[in-house]
Write a protein that binds this ligand. Structure first.
Ligand code: SAM
Length: 672
């Protein structure tokens, strides 16, 4: 026999409070309402599991956490009149009734509505009124409401529901639908005709079937023409190409006032993350450089953190901040894919940083260049040993012992990962983590000598520890290793920000591929594969103070290889796929433009683009023959990025030659 009271208290503690819901009214209400009374007897024992459960008519009772999140997001208070759309079992209406003054709930299935009504009666919840009907039209006779919660996913935000909000009222509704992915939106009515919409994250609900919802039970189908609505605010009547054309801010040149003005709009961010749709397109590098220069020159940004290995970027940093170069066996960025950072556009930007810093006397205000990635196991081990040899030879000896565990593998660490799968193989995990801990333990001791060198050694030791783990998990699954890599990038960014700004003031620009920068929660990689990325982690950590900027292109040329470790080729980029965001941008007209999803009056554009479409990602490998399978994924562009920069035609970056660059000084970081 299940002890429901204990199970309920435990559910609230673990699943609700334990996951960050702090609204005490919600927690108290959920401690009171017996969820077991809202499911059939045979499922009662699962009533406090962390999941939705089936109810009659093929519907579901929502997951407890989702009910809690929606009520908390609506900030429901004791004096509120609330509309609950999609009564289902009646559980969320019941929880609401323990918080609000009056609850109105609508369900389209008569049987569900009737059972819910009986439950309310039995429990004595007499401040709930229920009715059978189409909740997408709201309950106009009882409007306005302080809060409206919709437990089924709309194609868009029903006009009727928005209009039944009191000014200051909040509507919580999932919107979207394809493949079960939806965005949970909070729409606030801020004036008679003024609404503000926010995205609260990704959810999966049953469809809202009704006049202002989906036309029939399959949300993947378009509604039949006869039932499609004529309102201008609904997605199916919006023309995304026309809306893109209207919102597009065209620019002719990269070095232009339009790009500077766009950069000025990013100035209040703590972190600006700038993506790229390929790893080999000149326009993307040059635009990032232009925006970054402006942010550094005019708006106090001091950190450029890029998708490159820490030790390589450190050599660039020594050059741009005019510090003594450390000895190295190879020029920076000599490993595959060399063109990603050894190209003329990066070279120009690095020279600019070097010149800029010349006139900045305060070291705290100089712009630095840092690497976030973790592919430099051998060079990072070498850097930690070099550092310890100088500051603490005794610890250097211990470090040699410990890192010796990885020596046989460090030139080809993937083989270490494979060997680690063998039963009985002793991994180097303990050795590399102890080394990092020792270094951190002596932090105060080392820091006072030279904080820059300590940061460098610390990050290299972190990299060794992350890389050891990365190669081990690589064979277990791509999501796990991908997540580990992006978490490492995010942790490195935080460490650099802390070092540059004592935790509060430093501002950074991050350069990485769109797939790292755009919020993974809005893409197939996040939803279907559970992958996260640095853009998502920054959004979670910094909220609106993280701005995510993506790039796209239709056609042209790109620098890429056919196979990993293969030579760089200049390849032709195929015109974009007809179902892609790129095709919409291509059809919108202007060859080059900015699309700022945050700007005033972009609600319709956001709605029109919200439903996921294909998006192209070209990395260091490009295989045009299999493009649809290997380079397209699904995403919801306005949820993925805050702004998108479009170049209809683009060209490949120009790589630097492998040897020293003609005419450059010895200290030039790309030279030998
Ligand atoms: N909150 C409910 C609970 O706690 O049991 C769960 C609701 S269930 C996820 C969604 C409900 O919305 C279903 O019962 C479905 O029949 C109902 N629904 C879908 N479209 C509707 C509409 N236009 N009007 C009213 N109810 C609707």
């Amino acid at each position: 026999m299940v002890d429901f009271e204990t199970a309920r208290a435990q559910m609230v503690r673990r699943q609700i409070a334990g996951r960050g819901i702090t609204d005490s009214r919600v927690l108290d209400a959920m401690r009171t309402v017996p969820r077991e009374a809202f499911v059939t007897e045979s499922l009662a024992e699962f009533a406090y599991d962390d999941s939705p459960l089936p109810i009659e008519e093929g519907q579901t009772i929502s997951q407890p956490l989702v009910v809690a999140e929606m009520i908390a997001a609506a900030a429901v208070g004791p004096a509120d009149r609330v509309l609950d759309v999609g009564t289902g079992s009646g559980y969320s209406a019941a929880v609401l009734s323990r918080i609000a003054a009056e609850v109105y709930t609508i369900e389209r299935h008569e049987g569900l509505s009737e059972s819910a009504r009986r439950r309310f009666e039995w429990l004595g919840y007499d401040n709930i009124r229920s009715r059978i009907g189409d909740g997408s039209l709201g309950w106009p006779e009882e409007a306005p409401f302080d809060a409206i919660l919709v437990a089924a996913s709309g194609r868009d935000v029903p006009k009727a529901l928005r209009e039944q909000l009191r000014i200051g009222g909040r509507l919580i509704i999932p919107v979207g639908g394809r493949l079960g992915r939806q965005a949970l939106l909070r729409v606030r009515r801020t004036g008679e005709d003024d609404y503000r919409s926010e995205d609260l994250g990704s959810v999966a609900f049953v469809p809202l079937i009704g006049e202002q919802g989906w036309a029939k039970d399959d949300p993947n189908d378009d509604p039949p023409q006869s039932t499609a609505r004529a309102e201008t605010t609904t997605r199916q009547t919006l023309d995304p190409v026309a809306l893109i054309r209207d919102a597009a801010e065209p620019f002719a040149e990269i070095d232009s006032a339009e790009i500077d003005r766009f950069a000025d709009r990013l100035r209040d961010a703590r972190v600006v993350l700038i993506g790229e749709a390929t790893h080999g397109t000149s326009e993307f590098y040059r635009t990032r450089a232009r925006i970054t220069r402006r942010l550094i020159q005019e708006h106090g940004f001091t950190t450029v953190a890029v998708e490159a290995d820490w030790p390589d970027a450190a050599r660039i940093d020594q050059y741009v901040r005019r510090r003594a170069p450390s000895p190295a066996e190879e020029p920076a960025f000599s490993r595959f894919p060399t063109w990603m950072w050894r190209n003329t556009d990066v070279q120009d930007f690095v020279h600019w940083l070097h010149r800029y810093n010349q006139d900045v006397n305060d070291p705290a205000r100089q712009a630095g260049f840092y690497g976030l990635d973790l592919y430099s196991l051998a060079a990072s081990i070498e850097a930690v040993l070099d550092y310890l040899d100088k500051v603490d030879p005794e610890t250097a000896r211990v470090a040699r012992e410990r890192y010796g565990c990885l020596t046989p593998w460090q030139r080809d660490p993937a083989t270490y990962g494979r060997a680690a799968l063998t039963r009985g193989f002793e991994t180097c995990e303990a050795a590399v983590t102890s080394m990092l801990q020792d270094l951190l333990g002596k932090r105060l001791d080392y820091l006072h000598r030279d904080s820059e060198s300590f940061l460098d050694a610390e990050q290299n030791a972190r990299l060794v520890a992350s890389a050891e783990q990365y190669y081990r998990v690589m064979y277990r699954g791509s999501a796990e290793s991908w997540n580990l890599r992006d978490r490492h990038m995010f942790d490195t960014l935080e460490a650099v920000l802390a070092a540059r700004g004592h935790n509060t003031t430093a501002k950074a620009v991050v350069w990485a591929h769109n797939s790292h920068i755009g919020n993974a929660a809005a893409t197939e990689m996040g939803i279907a594969r559970g992958e996260l990325n640095i853009g998502q982690l920054c959004r979670e950590r910094f909220g609106d103070a993280a701005l995510l900027v993506g790039f796209g292109t239709d056609h042209g040329t790109v620098a890429a290889a056919t196979d990993w470790d293969g030579p760089m080729e200049v390849k032709r980029v195929r015109p974009s796929h007809e179902d892609s965001y790129e095709r919409l941008c291509h059809e919108a007209g202007p060859g080059r433009f900015l699309l700022d999803f945050r700007a005033e009056g972009r609600e319709e554009l956001q709605y029109a683009l919200l439903q996921s479409r294909l998006e192209r990602a070209i990395g260091v490998i490009y295989r045009p023959e299999t493009e649809l399978w290997s380079h397209y994924f699904e995403a919801s562009l306005p949820r993925q990025f805050d702004a998108y920069i479009w170049f209809d035609e683009t060209r490949a970056v120009e790589p630097l030659s492998a040897t020293r660059v003609e005419g450059m000084p010895e200290t030039y970081p790309f030279g030998l």
